[in-house]
Ligand binder design. Structure first.
Ligand SMILES: Cc1cc2nc3c(=O)[nH]c(=O)nc-3n(C[C@H](O)[C@H](O)[C@H](O)COP(=O)(O)O)c2cc1C
Length: 324
């Protein structure tokens, strides 16, 4: 069931992708998603070098025989990144899928394609999706305003962005941002996507390495409890509304420089918070769909529930509308 262009192309059972999540999507989460029939994606930038990434890829291979991917974020970072080191590692280790995100992937496309690696390019606008298609990317993951991480600067929600992208490109698309249950999956398929990409839902699973205190803390938030930081720098990030993120936003509005904001927004403090469970330590990204999530399940429970419930949404609810 749920055979789509994306399941065919990626050789997976269900059209459910786990988007790369800095520090979080390592071997345990990545392999759990792939073993449950989706596509797990680890983040290259969680590792300080290609050598470290290679070790995590090998570890993942011991944990799953199914396909999995590696995310390469091309957004501005405080640390200098040797992208070619990561790309060479991915190719050398025989990884079959790469998820690029955050900027134009042009300089890597030819090398990855020559090695037979499939490229999912995650972007936030129709024009960037078109560009990625002309570059030779295989799939577009189109990330709407609702998403965790970087929603871009145009503020278009998935309800418009997904069909607009489906109208504009011929390659398959994945709907991303705001998806966490069966209703979302069915809606994305109806809007023209061939699958969904989820971050926040997979962050709140048993296999996610996030500290249990943080998982429970996030469960209490609603869809209204995020805010957008770094818009002044055209590097907008959706984060959980907390005293720290509100302070950073206030500083940004008063004209603070990126260096002045650095102690508050540095990824290392966010990571330490996720790891050690101190809710006051840093700033953490999450999507608006955290307001729809009220439990921490295993990855398999999440995926099995979405697939089983999607059948019910289609057969019991949607088909019912066609009966007189
Ligand atoms: C904690 C966290 C960290 C993330 N880190 C990255 C990252 O390093 N690279 C990336 O491309 N996307 C990252 N994302 C975005 C996800 O891959 C995905 O696109 C997004 O979460 C989809 O929106 P959703 O959370 O509403 O499902 C992150 C998301 C979360 C929740």
């Amino acid at each position: 069931m749920f055979k789509t262009k994306v399941t065919e192309l990626l050789d997976i059972q269900y059209p459910i992708i786990q988007g790369g999540m800095m520090w979080i999507s390592r071997a345990e989460l990545t392999s759990a998603v792939s073993n449950a029939g989706g596509l797990g994606i680890m983040t290259a930038l969680s590792f300080s070098s290609g050598k470290e990434l290679a070790a995590e890829i090998k570890k993942t291979r011991h944990m799953t025989k199914k396909p999995f991917g590696v995310n390469i974020s091309l957004l501005p970072t405080f640390r200098k990144i040797d992208y070619d080191d990561y790309i060479d590692t991915i190719i050398g280790e025989g990884v079959s899928v790469v998820e690029t995100a955050g900027n134009n992937p042009e300089r890597f496309v030819r090398k990855l394609k020559a090695a037979g690696v499939k490229i999912i390019h995650k972007c936030t606008t129709v024009r960037h999706a078109r560009k990625a298609e002309t570059l030779g990317c295989d799939i577009i993951s189109i990330d709407g305003y609702e998403c965790a991480g970087h929603p871009g600067e145009d503020d278009v929600g998935g309800l418009v962005l997904i069909p607009a992208t489906a109208n504009a490109v011929k390659i398959p698309i994945i709907g991303s941002g705001g998806f966490c249950d069966a209703r979302g999956l069915v809606a994305a398929l109806a809007l023209g996507a061939d699958g969904v990409n989820m971050g926040t839902r997979f962050m709140l699973t048993k296999e996610s390495p996030v500290h249990p205190t943080i998982k429970e803390w996030i469960l209490q938030f609603t869809e209204r409890d995020t805010l957008l930081l770094l818009r002044a720098f055209r590097n907008t990030e959706r984060v959980i509304r907390t005293p720290s993120s509100e302070k950073a936003l206030e500083m940004e509005r008063k004209g603070a420089t990126i260096e002045e904001l650095r102690p508050l927004i540095a990824g290392t403090t966010g990571q330490s918070m996720l790891q050690h469970g101190n809710i006051n330590e840093g700033i953490v990204t999450a999507g608006q769909c955290m307001g729809l999530i009220d439990n921490v399940l295993s990855v398999k429970e999440v995926i099995d529930t979405i697939i089983a419930d999607a059948e019910k949404v289609i057969n019991n609810r949607l088909v019912g509308f066609l009966k007189n």
